[in-house]
Design a binder for this molecule. Structure first.
Ligand code: ASP
Length: 524
């Protein structure tokens, strides 16, 4: 009888686990199936370029859906996240987040440098043995940094939703110098050549490139949130609007996640069919091992250790809670497009306070990229090794600083790290052109570093929540006192008797019992 009861209970447990985690399980299964399908189609069919692209169509649809929700999600979460806290508390939380972002990025860079100088993946090879691919991105350090600041202040909010500013340099026609050509013609030619070199100049031509200007939108929303948070009663209607928008967007995310296994199956299969040079992976094996082991050490040892020191909870349970977001990042190589899933995992599975996630995750997805920073440090020193170029201590320090800056400047989109790599290379006098040596394997490394970027953001949210515990509790207390006020606006009880509070006399608290309770994502 008892044995039967035990069996039944265990059966129910397994069923419950499967039911709660079916999206995650289906996604992992689709990764495996997708790889299998890709290999089969590659080996047994010969698809034309056009057919290959059609094959990837279901995956393309998934990417479009995820990108679709980024904008409403970032806008609504940043505004409500900031407005939920008073400006002093937001400032303190922001400061903690920035300190976390910077310190983990520096740890990642140092780890990368230690590994690449110990393993020396480029010493036994030379640039001639590696085929180049793609072209060198046209990037200059000063312009990239200035563009970062320019993009923080978009001149048109609507345009910021789909375009960002990008400086282009245009060469100015050298001015003709008036020289006497009658007396000494050969001498004159030399003078005019020198004059032309001296007068060679560039001008900045402003242009826009496609893609959401996430940074500009974040800056605007933070300021807007602070302002309407201070407006009290009159700002309430806007807050209610954005809070409802946030909830609705999160429900859309849940629907998109149901389609995720199919999309991912075709995304990975199409990628495997598309890549035709697998030999390069053998040649670049040691370099890839260096990057991947760095990412592994950072995500399995350093980040969990920092989390444990501050939060005193099992970091691996936390990582498991983020599993869906990590698999998504691995499959789509974009931390911005993964953001909707990161939100769900952090709030639903790891129970991080929405006031923290709404603030820390979008900013993290834009500027906190540990994986990218580590990769940039390893790749630039690898290129130096390939060129037999000895780096002194000063140059290594320069690499650490520029790799950190380059990771902040990189957007959360596929291959962004490769573009900002040029900054690191030019800073230490390495040929920018050598980026083309590592392009062929970048699609694979990009996936792993994006996964670590997302994990770093999630741990950041967990740590900042713990460090801000007292402030959050104090705000809760104030709104509880206000809730007793007959003029309090809204206190409802949902089916599960979970209290949900909204804006109370201009003070805004976010319901901590999640409004979207029908989630079936992983619940470890
Ligand atoms: N793909 C990365 C991300 O979205 C950025 C990079 O290229 O390193 O986080």
């Amino acid at each position: 009888m008892d044995v039967l009861g035990k069996k039944e209970r265990r059966g129910r447990d397994v069923k419950g686990l499967l039911k709660r985690n079916w999206i995650l399980i289906a996604t992992i299964a689709s990764v495996i199936l997708g790889i299998g399908l890709g290999v089969l189609v590659r080996d047994y069919t010969s698809l034309s370029q056009l057919e290959k692209q059609y094959f990837g169509f279901p995956g393309e649809v998934l990417m479009r859906m995820l990108k679709l929700v980024i904008l409403p999600l970032i806008v609504s979460s940043m505004i409500t996240g900031v407005a939920a806290l008073d400006s002093e508390v937001s400032g303190r939380i922001g400061l903690r987040a920035v300190v976390y972002y910077l310190s983990t990025t520096i740890i990642a860079v140092v780890l990368g440098i230690v590994l690449v100088t110990t393993i020396k993946p480029g010493v036994s090879q030379s640039t001639e043995n590696i085929e180049r691919a793609g072209s060198t991105p046209n990037v200059t350090t000063v312009d990239t940094l200035l563009d970062l600041i320019r993009n923080m202040f978009p001149e048109n909010l609507v345009q910021a939703c789909f375009q960002q500013y990008k400086t282009q340099r245009k060469e100015i026609e050298p001015s003709k110098t008036n020289t006497n050509t009658t007396t000494f013609p050969p001498f004159t030619t030399i003078i005019s050549t020198v004059a032309q070199n001296l007068t060679q100049d560039y001008k900045i031509v402003g242009s826009y490139s496609d893609g959401i200007n996430v940074l500009g939108i974040i800056v605007f929303c933070v300021t807007f949130g602070l302002v309407i948070g201070k407006m009290g009663e009159r700002g309430r209607i806007l807050l209610e609007f954005f809070d409802a928008l946030n909830e609705a967007t999160m429900q859309l995310v849940q629907i998109i996640m149901c389609y995720m296994p199919i999309g991912i199956l075709f995304l990975i299969a199409a990628k495997i069919i598309e890549v035709d040079d697998w030999e390069i992976f053998r040649k670049m094996g040691l370099y890839m091992v260096t990057v991947l082991s760095g990412l592994a050490i950072h995500s399995i040892i350093f980040l969990p250790l920092i989390y444990f020191v501050f939060v005193r909870k099992n970091p691996f349970t936390f990582t498991l809670g983020m599993a869906q977001a990590l698999v998504t990042a691995l499959m789509i190589s974009s931390s911005s497009a993964t953001l909707p899933v990161t939100f769900r995992c952090a709030e639903e599975n790891n129970r991080i306070d929405k006031r923290i996630t709404r603030f820390v995750l979008p900013v993290g997805a834009t500027i906190n990229m540990d994986g990218t920073a580590l990769y940039e440090a390893v790749a630039s020193i690898f290129i130096a090794q390939l060129n037999n170029y000895d780096l002194d201590v000063g140059q290594i320090v320069t690499i650490s600083i520029t790799a950190t800056v380059a990771s902040i400047g990189a957007a959360g989109v596929p291959n962004a790290g490769l573009v900002t790599m040029v900054i690191v290379l030019t800073a230490v006098g390495l040929p920018a052109n050598d980026v083309t040596l590592i392009v062929a394997v970048d699609w694979l490394l990009d996936r792993f570093r994006t996964m670590i970027n997302v994990l770093g953001d999630a741990y950041g949210a967990g740590i900042v929540q713990k460090l801000s515990k007292q402030e959050l509790e104090r705000i809760d207390l104030i709104s509880d006192v206000d809730a007793a006020n007959p003029f309090a606006l809204e206190t409802t009880l949902d089916d599960d008797e979970c209290e949900k509070k909204s804006y109370v006399n201009g003070g805004f608290t976010i319901d901590k019992s999640d409004a979207i309770s029908f989630t079936e994502t992983s619940q470890f």
